[in-house]
Write a protein that binds this ligand. Structure first.
Ligand SMILES: Cc1cc2nc3c(=O)[nH]c(=O)nc-3n(C[C@H](O)[C@H](O)[C@H](O)COP(=O)(O)OP(=O)(O)OC[C@H]3O[C@@H](n4cnc5c(N)ncnc54)[C@H](O)[C@@H]3O)c2cc1C
Length: 521
């Protein structure tokens, strides 16, 4: 009889683990509490407008290609990845505008509009960021670093001895400031720390890997909307035989004598041999697992990542000033992060991120309009916050800031849907509304992030943004891969004999190598 795996949650981490485990011969049942899979990567339509509700930028697309290959399918048959030009358009208070490019010389030309000296230093910065990627990708993104046997291999030891090169002692801001002088260039590259919900003035400079991931490896959109990825993974999973149960919240994780027995869904016990939890690790320990108070306390002490406030606006009008991705910076970045991370409130002058997918997919809005996804960085949930008041205040702040850029939205917003940090908690169970798991504001975060295999309960594994290697589409998909590989190993099915596994490892190795080739000049 096939060994059984139950999965809690149909986010990207859950879907990734489900596909891999079903392919490896397990019988997989996935339970998602909402009526659609995808978790934070979701979709909303109203009044002729279509919106993605979560991720808008895809990086490291080869991680998705590898997942399809593992499942015996071709990604190209399901999804089209669209490279974006410009990658992003940046706006500053003084009127400066920069179109970011993955082409090194073009990007340097753009930076030269801010500072000639910074433009000259850009290739060296990208090389530095690429160096961090090369050193960290294999160890930190692809393997379960909490497992000593896997971490301290001969191959990894060589890398670990060079760990100082990943710049763990400086902050992101200090790392960036070594290369750039103009405060606007520094702000541009500091911002990448927020990609995993961290503060550039606290997080280690190792996170300067992120600009290389976007600028060196490229940023993409998915034709038809980011949610097409969820649909494609759901189809792939169902075609392989994964049983997906929607509207099925797991009420409790049942265990006895240190071993998982099953999950309780609709008051019924579903027995299982292995359990992958894609729900937030901290929320899971708070709400679904009985016992282990010390563990729960330890997890609750970890600092959550940033949350976000999202406005989905159907806007009547065409705004040629904007590209597909846009950032309108605050005047004082340090002050903004002080207010978010230390005072835990919405900032007075927020940095505004606007994605307009109808620029690339005109069908996403009526002919006269545009679909705006507007995201502001926000603190994680804390007692005493007033999100309806903050929403009003932030709407006004955005309108004011955009008016200064010649964009007057008064009377132009036809449809609105707001997602507050409270909804990230109530709808998806994200710990204190965080959108990327725990923050990377401390040097030790990579090792403090919850592991993919439970230490307390045999048979329990974790996949998702709140576990290793962290948040964001590619990392979360990789966490599903790591959890699946640990189960395969524990079930004694690892290594030799699995054709798909070997084929994928070979190809992915090549891909990581591709990524390390010299940059386009
Ligand atoms: C506004 C926003 C913008 C973002 N932008 C980007 C971006 O541009 N690029 C990028 O790469 N990443 C981005 N991210 C991050 C990315 O969306 C996440 O890292 C990723 O989608 C998280 O996937 P996950 O599988 O960890 O968790 P989730 O998406 O949270 O999925 C967990 C699932 O578990 C389900 N669940 C929870 N509890 C239970 C239970 N008891 N029973 C059954 N089911 C349960 C939830 O309903 C949910 O479906 C963004 C996120 C947000 C919110």
């Amino acid at each position: 009889m096939k060994e059984r795996v139950a999965i809690i949650g149909g986010g990207l981490g859950g879907l990734s683990a489900a596909i891999r485990l079903q392919r490896r011969g397990f019988r997989v049942q996935l339970f998602e509490r909402n009526s659609r899979p995808g978790g934070k990567m979701n979709e909303f339509t109203a009044g002729g407008y279509r919106f993605d509700t979560g991720p808008s930028l895809l990086t490291m697309p080869f991680v998705i290609d590898a997942l399809f290959r593992f499942a015996g399918a071709r990604r190209e048959d399901y999804l089209e990845f669209v490279p974006l030009t410009p990658l992003c358009r940046y706006f500053w208070e003084d009127g400066a505008v920069l179109n970011a490019s993955s082409d090194v010389s073009q990007m340097a030309e753009e930076i030269a509009k801010l500072s000639r000296e910074d433009a000259q230093n850009y290739p060296a910065f990208l090389e530095y960021a690429r160096g961090i990627y090369e050193l960290t990708a294999a160890i930190f993104l692809n393997s379960p670093i909490h497992e000593a046997k896997k971490l301290f291999t001969r191959e990894n030891l060589r890398t670990l001895l060079r760990l100082r090169r990943i710049d763990p002692l400086r902050t992101v801001h200090r790392g960036v400031s070594r290369f750039f002088r103009d405060p606007r260039t520094v702000q541009l590259f500091d911002r990448f720390a927020t990609y995993n919900g961290s503060d550039p003035f606290q997080a280690p400079a190792t996170l300067n890997i992120i600009p290389y991931v976007e600028h060196g490896l490229g940023g993409y959109y998915i034709r038809g909307g980011m949610y097409r990825l969820v649909e494609a993974l759901e189809r792939l999973a169902r075609d392989l035989g994964v049983e997906i149960h929607l509207n099925s919240p797991v009420e409790q994780i049942i265990h006895r004598d240190g071993r998982i027995l099953g999950v309780q869904v609709n008051r019924e016990l579903i027995e299982t041999d292995y359990l992958v939890c894609n729900a937030d690790v901290v929320s899971t320990h708070n709400r679904l697992i009985g016992g282990f108070p010390a563990r729960r306390q330890k997890l609750n002490r970890l600092e959550p990542s940033l949350s976000g406030l999202v406005f989905l606006w159907g806007v009547a009008g065409k705004y040629s000033q904007l590209a597909h991705h846009n950032i309108v910076f605050s005047a004082d970045y340090r002050e903004e992060f002080q207010q978010i991370f230390c005072e835990r409130r919405a900032p007075d002058d927020p940095t505004i991120y606007i994605a307009v997918t109808s620029k690339t997919d005109p069908a996403d809005a009526p002919g006269y309009g545009e679909n705006w996804f507007v995201l502001l960085n926000m603190p994680y949930l804390e007692e005493g916050q007033d999100w309806s008041g903050e929403t009003e205040r932030m709407r006004e702040a955005i309108f004011c800031k955009l008016r200064r850029r010649g964009i007057d939205l008064r009377g132009q917003v036809e449809t609105e849907r707001v997602i507050t940090p409270e909804e990230f908690y109530s709808r998806y169970g994200s710990n204190r509304g965080s959108i990327y798991g725990i923050s990377s504001n401390r040097r030790s975060t990579a090792f403090r992030r919850p592991a993919n295999r439970s230490r307390e309960l045999k048979g329990l594994y974790f996949a998702g943004g709140s576990t290793h290697p962290g948040g964001g589409i590619p990392l979360v998909l990789l966490s599903g891969k790591i959890a699946a590989e640990l189960i395969v190993e524990d079930a004694g099915r690892s290594g030799a004999g699995c054709r798909e596994h070997r084929a994928e490892c070979g190809k992915q190795g090549e891909r990581l190598h591709d990524a390390a080739l010299p940059l386009k000049q």
